[in-house]
Design a protein around this ligand. Structure first.
Ligand code: CTP
Ligand code: MG
Length: 240
């Protein structure tokens, strides 16, 4: 399941982020191809920008995707809503779902395979993650006109930066999204930024497998520069 309905505000003005070009193809096409490269993946459901469904269908058709079944649905106003709408297009016979950001176009297939294998081996929820390079500090609210005070510094050795694809038993992922929707409708939206966070919120167990530095998310303009460089290096070493 590929949430691709975001606008890419932090990337700056232009087309929706998933449709922005990287080395001649939209980010979304790279991300779907990266998943389709895995033998563990049989179906890819894309949540497109609500006004861009036909355009996304056309793009995926014209970029040929290894004979995998691809479906496109309209995404929602938040990432969580887009994932929920995508899940609704996946049949109940499917046991395992990987959720992968369209904004992570260069995830290596080894990461996709490792996440799928860990769910197959019995984990309820799996996230790929990497150690942090920077020291992280927790801050409090800034007093009027003053600087933010540092509250404390978590031990970096216990922290991980989490990537996608995140893998789940489909039934569990559908259940936590349904519960989150019910809470939201009751005005109690859990403040969660990824799917694994929903599993944690409802008391489920999430485990980590090694991520990869090339699975970074294209968020700001500099990330697009880095992605172009990684792609150019790959193409050079593949002999193109
Ligand atoms: N996403 C989505 N539906 C939304 C918002 C986000 O499907 N309503 C998707 C994005 O398309 C992206 C992924 O969730 O593939 C990760 O989100 P993010 O990097 O935050 O992308 P955007 O929301 O597009 O970027 P920004 O927050 O800078 O606007
Ligand atoms: Mg966003």
């Amino acid at each position: 399941m590929v949430p691709a309905a975001g606008r890419g505000e932090r990337l700056g003005p232009g087309a929706p982020k998933a449709l922005r070009e990287l080395g001649g193809a939209p980010l979304l096409v790279h991300a779907v191809r990266a998943l389709a490269r895995s033998r563990a993946v049989g179906l890819v459901v894309v949540a497109a920008p609500p006004d861009g469904v036909a355009e996304v269908v056309g793009l995926l058709d014209s970029h040929g995707l290894d004979g995998k079944d691809v479906r496109v649905v309209a995404g929602g106003a938040t990432r969580q809503e887009s994932v929920r709408l995508g899940l609704a297009a996946i049949g109940e016979q499917v046991e395992i779902v990987l959720v992968h950001d369209a904004a992570r176009p260069l995830v290596p297939v080894e990461v996709v395979d490792a996440v799928a294998a860990a769910v197959r081996a019995g984990a309820q929820a799996v996230v790929p993650a990497v150690p942090l390079a920077d020291t992280v500090k927790r801050v409090g609210p800034a007093p009027a006109g003053g600087p933010e005070p540092v509250l404390d510094t978590p031990d970096r050795a216990t922290l991980r930066a989490v990537q996608t694809p995140q893998g789940f038993r489909r039934s569990l992922l559908a259940e936590v999204h349904a519960r989150a929707l019910a809470e939201q409708e009751a005005g109690l939206a859990p403040a969660v930024t990824d799917d694994a966070g929903l599993v944690e919120h409802y008391g489920g167990q999430v485990v980590v497998v090694p991520g990869h530095e090339e699975a970074f998310k294209v968020t700001r303009p500099l990330d697009l520069v880095l992605a172009e460089a990684v792609l150019a290096r790959r193409r050079a070493s593949d002999g193109f």
